[in-house]
Ligand binder design. Structure first.
Ligand SMILES: *[C@@H]1O[C@H](CO)[C@@H](O)[C@H](O)[C@H]1NC(C)=O
Ligand SMILES: *[C@@H]1O[C@H](CO)[C@@H](O)[C@H](O)[C@H]1NC(C)=O
Ligand SMILES: *[C@@H]1O[C@H](CO)[C@@H](O)[C@H](O)[C@H]1NC(C)=O
Length: 469
C-alpha cells in the first residue's frame, strides 16, 4: 500500500514542468541545485535549511527565453537581508517565452506546480507555510496568486511586483492575484499607463495593500531621453531593460527596501492620485502610512488599500514628502491657471532649493494645497522661499497687469516626520509678484500645538484660534 501511494505521488509530480532552483548567496546568478518535488534527498543535496524562511521568486514573460538581469539582483538582495533563508527561483522559462496570451494561460499550470511543490514540503516534513513568501513579477505575480489559492494551507505572504495587466485586468479573482491567496498580499504597481486593457501592469488593486509609486503610471528616469543617455553611457546591452524600465522598477523598489533597511520609503493611503498630488494624504494616523517593500506593516482591511508615494529616479529611491498650504490674498478678483512656482526649503540638516511645481489654479482669497518632495533629508524646517515664475512665453495680459498676491503664512506638513510647521512673512505679509524675486518666510513664533488625544479637529481649531489671536 505504501509503495503504491508513493508511486502514485511520483506520477502526480511527473506533471510538474517548472523547476525549483535553490540559489546560493555565493552564486546568486547560477542554477546550481534543483529541489525536486517527490525527491526528499534533493533538499539535503541542495542544503535546504528547514528552520529558516523561504522566498520563492517567480519570473514573468520573456522574449529571450532567458532569465532577466534582475533575477540575480533580487536573489542577492534577499540573501543580504536574510542570510539564512532559502531563495528559490522558479524556472518556467519554456512556457514563459510563448506568444503572450499562451504564456498568460500557462500561469495556471505554473501556479499549480508551485502549489504542489509547497504542499509537498508541508506534508512530507512539516515545513511551516508561515515561512513561505512568494514574490512574483508580471505574469509571475498571477502564477504566485494561483499557487497561493491552491496550497492546502495559506502561505505567509505574496508580493506582487507590477502584476501583468493584459488578460488579467478584468479576470476573476481565482485566476489572478487576489487578497485571498495568502495571509498577506502586497502589490507594487509601476507601469499602469494607458487604458486598462492596454496597460502592461494591472491597474486595479489586487492585494491587501496596493502601492502606486509616482502614481503607478510611469516611473522617473524611464523616459526616452534618459534611456538614450544610458544607452550612450552603457552601450546597447541594456536596451531590453530600458524598454521595461517602469515595469521592472517594481522589482528594484523591492530590492531597495531589502538593501536600505534604514531608509524605508513611506507610502500614504489616498483615494485618488489627484488628492495625493495636492498633498492631502500625508497622514499616518490609523495605518494611513506604511513602509514600501519588505518591511511593510501588515494592515488588512475589507477593502483594498491604495497607497501612493514619490520616488527618486535611482536607488536609493526614498524621498521626503511635504504638504504645502498657502492662502493667496488679493485685492482684486484674479484667477490664473497653470502657474509655475519655485520653492526652497531650508532645514537643520540640509536644504533643497528651487523645487519646481505648477499650481493648476491660483485665485485671490483662496487657499491652495500641494505636494512637494525633496531627495535629501533636510531635517527640521527653518526657512522657506517662494518664487512665482514668469511664463516661458511672453504674455500681453501679464504685461498690462502685473500680478501679485499677498501671503502671510505658509503651512508645511512633513509626511515622514508628521511634523507641522507654520511659516510667517518677516514683515507680517509678503508680496509675491509674478516674475519677481522670491518671498522669504521664517518659522512663526507661534507654532501649532502637537496633536494630543483630543483629536485633529480640536487641535486645528486651537491653532486657528491662536493664529488669529
Ligand atoms: C539555518 O537557519 C537558522 C536560522 O533560521 C540558522 O540558525 C542555522 O545556522 C542555519 N543552518 C545552516 C546549516 O546554515
Ligand atoms: C480678499 O480679502 C480681503 C480681506 O481679507 C479683502 O480686503 C479683499 O477685498 C478680498 N478680495 C476680494 C477680491 O474679494
Ligand atoms: C470677487 O468675486 C466674488 C464672486 O466671485 C464676489 O462676490 C466679490 O464681490 C468680488 N470681489 C471684488 C472685489 O470684485
Amino acid at each position: 500500500l505504501c509503495f503504491h501511494q508513493v508511486s502514485e505521488a511520483e506520477m502526480n509530480f511527473k506533471g510538474i514542468e517548472s523547476k525549483f532552483s535553490l540559489r546560493t548567496p555565493a552564486e546568486p546568478d547560477e542554477d546550481v541545485c534543483y529541489l525536486v518535488p517527490g525527491q526528499m534527498d534533493s533538499l539535503a543535496q541542495c542544503n535546504f535549511n528547514h528552520t529558516s524562511k523561504t522566498f520563492v521568486v517567480i519570473h514573468g514573460w520573456t522574449v529571450t527565453g532567458m532569465y532577466e538581469s534582475w533575477v540575480p539582483k533580487l536573489v542577492d538582495a534577499l540573501y543580504k537581508r536574510e542570510p539564512d533563508s532559502n531563495v528559490i527561483v522558479v524556472d518556467w522559462l519554456v512556457r514563459a517565452q510563448q506568444h503572450y496570451p499562451v504564456s498568460a494561460a500557462y500561469t495556471k499550470l505554473v501556479g499549480k506546480d508551485v502549489a504542489m511543490f509547497i504542499d509537498w514540503m508541508e506534508e512530507k516534513f512539516n515545513y511551516p507555510l508561515n515561512n513561505v513568501h512568494l514574490l512574483g513579477y508580471s505574469l509571475g505575480a498571477h502564477a504566485a496568486g494561483i499557487a497561493g489559492s491552491l496550497t492546502k494551507k495559506k502561505v505567509n505572504r505574496i508580493t506582487g511586483l507590477d502584476p501583468a495587466g493584459p488578460t488579467f485586468e478584468y479576470a476573476d479573482a481565482p485566476i489572478r492575484l487576489s487578497p485571498d491567496d495568502a495571509d498577506f498580499v502586497d502589490v507594487l504597481h509601476t507601469y499602469t499607463r494607458g487604458s486598462p486593457d492596454r496597460s502592461i501592469g494591472i491597474q486595479k488593486p489586487v492585494g491587501h495593500i496596493d502601492i502606486y509609486p509616482n502614481g503607478g503610471g510611469f516611473q522617473p528616469g524611464c523616459n526616452l531621453g534618459e534611456a538614450l543617455r544610458l544607452i550612450a553611457e552603457k552601450g546597447f546591452s541594456d536596451v531590453d531593460q530600458l524598454v521595461k524600465c517602469s515595469h521592472e522598477r517594481s522589482i528594484h523598489l523591492f530590492i531597495d527596501s531589502l538593501l536600505y533597511e534604514e531608509k524605508p520609503s513611506m507610502a500614504y493611503r489616498c483615494n485618488t492620485k489627484e488628492a495625493f498630488e495636492k498633498g492631502l494624504c500625508l497622514s499616518c494616523r490609523k495605518n494611513r502610512c506604511n513602509n514600501l517593500g519588505y518591511k511593510v506593516n501588515r494592515v488588512r482591511t475589507k477593502r483594498n488599500t491604495k497607497m501612493y508615494l514619490k520616488t527618486r529616479a535611482q536607488m536609493p529611491y526614498k524621498v521626503f514628502h511635504y504638504q504645502v498650504k498657502i492662502h493667496f490674498f488679493g485685492k482684486t478678483n484674479v484667477t490664473k491657471v497653470d502657474q509655475p512656482f519655485l520653492i526652497s526649503l531650508y532645514g537643520t540638516l540640509d536644504e533643497s532649493e528651487n523645487i519646481a511645481f505648477t499650481l493648476p489654479e491660483v485665485s485671490s482669497n483662496k487657499t491652495f494645497s500641494f505636494l512637494i518632495y525633496t531627495e535629501v533629508d533636510i531635517g527640521d524646517l527653518l526657512m522657506l522661499k517662494l518664487q512665482w515664475e514668469k511664463d516661458t512665453f511672453f504674455s500681453w495680459s501679464d504685461w498690462w497687469t502685473p500680478f501679485a498676491f499677498t501671503i502671510q503664512r505658509v503651512r508645511v506638513k512633513s509626511g515622514e516626520t508628521q511634523k507641522k510647521v507654520v511659516f510667517c512673512s518677516r514683515d507680517g505679509s509678503s508680496r509675491l509678484s509674478k516674475g519677481e524675486e522670491a518671498a522669504i518666510f521664517v518659522k512663526c513664533l507661534e507654532q501649532p500645538v502637537s496633536r494630543k488625544k483630543g483629536g485633529a479637529k480640536k487641535a486645528s481649531k486651537e491653532n486657528s484660534a491662536r493664529e488669529s489671536a
